[in-house]
Structures are given as structure tokens and as C-alpha cells.
Write a protein that binds this ligand. Sequence first.
Ligand code: NAD
Length: 260
Amino acid sequence: MSMPRTAVVTGSTSGIGLGIARALAASGCNIVLNSYTDTAGDRDLAASLAAEHEVQAIYIAADMAQASACRKLVDTACAQFGTVDIVVNNAGIQHVAAIEDFPPEKWDAILAINLSSAFHTIAAAIPHMKKNGGGRIVNIASAHGLRASPFKSAYVAAKHGMVGLTKTVALELAEHGITCNAICPGYVLTPLVEAQIPDQMKAHGMDRDTVVREVMLAKQPTREFATVEQLGETVAFLCSPAAAQITGTTISVDGGWTAQ
Ligand code: NAD
């Protein structure tokens, strides 16, 4: 793939997605930022990313819970930049509850945003990537794509599904120069994780510090959160020529969680 490349990162106005967008911009990619919020702040974020890294960056609002919006995001990105070379499926939400209390609408939303959105963006991007003779698809799964935890039924199901989707896409596209891999982060301190702390405190009957140490980082042998910068650099590596033969696999960035 010749530079500059165009990268679409879903759910990229915050947390890991923004870290990925920054790392790809730093490597010279034009960037499509996405979320469903559609605020002036979202557009400012794209403008500052462009200015900082001397690339083009735009914000496209699209609700990743909607199939048609996922596909339109990719089509709009292509209309704007002429093509799409990299798709990073990062948008995701969480809900923590015992399965018998798990709201069915939360189940549907998590499956739609954390899993089905990737099916739709990938399907929309493949014709463009095939035409270009290559591409990179990176799915942000989770350690919960490889291991389970109680009270996260929808999330664990969606993330395991994301790993299965990753392998299938890799096989289907193997002869087209298009790789598809999943990154499986452990705990990264982002707004998504911050928001889980009160629910975890309730579910486990613990105070904040105890939940962070005994529940969250208990699984992570390093006892350190991974950072959004580390996730960004991992994606940039998977999008580099060095990673051309890495496809259909998972890369854990989890402080040793899944070594156990
Ligand atoms: P975050 O809440 O900080 O950011 C999520 C982003 O997705 C935001 O930009 C938000 O606007 C966007 N988003 C949410 N719903 C959307 C929708 N319907 N349509 C479009 N955009 C939407 O979360 P994060 O912690 O950065 O998580 C990013 C991804 O990484 C998720 O898929 C998450 O499951 C995964 N992950 C996170 C951790 C962690 O510890 N933070 C660990 C493993 C995996």
C-alpha cells in the first residue's frame, strides 16, 4: 500500500479509539474519526488531529448500532478520500449485570455495537480494498474475547464473536492482500472502564480501591492498566508492511491476563 493511507476508526472520539487514530495519524494516515454524538467538539478533535500530524482528518457521525449507518460510514469515507485502506472496528459499550437481570435491550445494543457493526463495516470496505489490492482490518476485541468474567454475558459473547469473525474474514481475504486481526486488551483506563467501577462496586459490595485492585487488576498479573498509546502503536504495527503475514490471529495487550 502506498502512503498516505486512509483509516476509518469507529468510536474514536474517546479512549482507545482516539489513541488508535492518533497513532495512525502519526504514521501518516488520513483519518476518519467517528462516534454517534455529532458535536462541535467532535469536529474540533478532527481538526486538531489534522493540524498536529499534517494529515487530513474528518469526523463522520454514525450510530454503530445501525447496520445502514455502519455501511454509510465507510461509503462516506470513500467518497471523501477516494478509498479506504484501513478499518479499525473499535466502537464498543459495556453493561454489567447478572444474566437473569440483564436488560434484553442492553443485550441487543451490545451485540449490535460491539459485534454486528464490524460485520457491516468490513462488508462495505472489502470491495474497495480488493480494488486497491490490499487493506488492513483490525478489530478491537478484548481479553473477554478469550476469557469470561461473571456479569458480562453480552460483552463476553460479542467479543468472542468478534474473534470468530476475525478468523473468518482473514481466511476469506487471504489471497487479496487484506489482513484481519483482533487485538485483545486487558484493562485500559478509559471512560468505558471508569463507568464500570460503580457497577462493579455494587455487584461485589466493595469500595472503589478494592474493586480496582482485587477485581479489575486482579486478572492482570502486571497489576498495571494498559494505555491507549500502547493500543495505538499495536494497531499501527498491524497496519505496517512488517505485519503483512499476520492474519486471522489475536494479539493480547493484557499484562499477562490470558497467560493464566
Ligand atoms: P470509550 O467509552 O472511552 O470510547 C468508546 C467510543 O465509542 C467513544 O468514542 C464513543 O462515542 C463510541 N461509541 C459508543 N457507542 C457508539 C455508537 N453506537 N456508535 C458510534 N460510536 C459509539 O471506550 P474504550 O474503553 O476506549 O473502548 C473502546 C473499545 O475497546 C471497545 O470496543 C471496548 O470494548 C474495547 N476494550 C476496552 C477495554 C478497556 O479496558 N477500556 C478493554 C478491552 C477492550
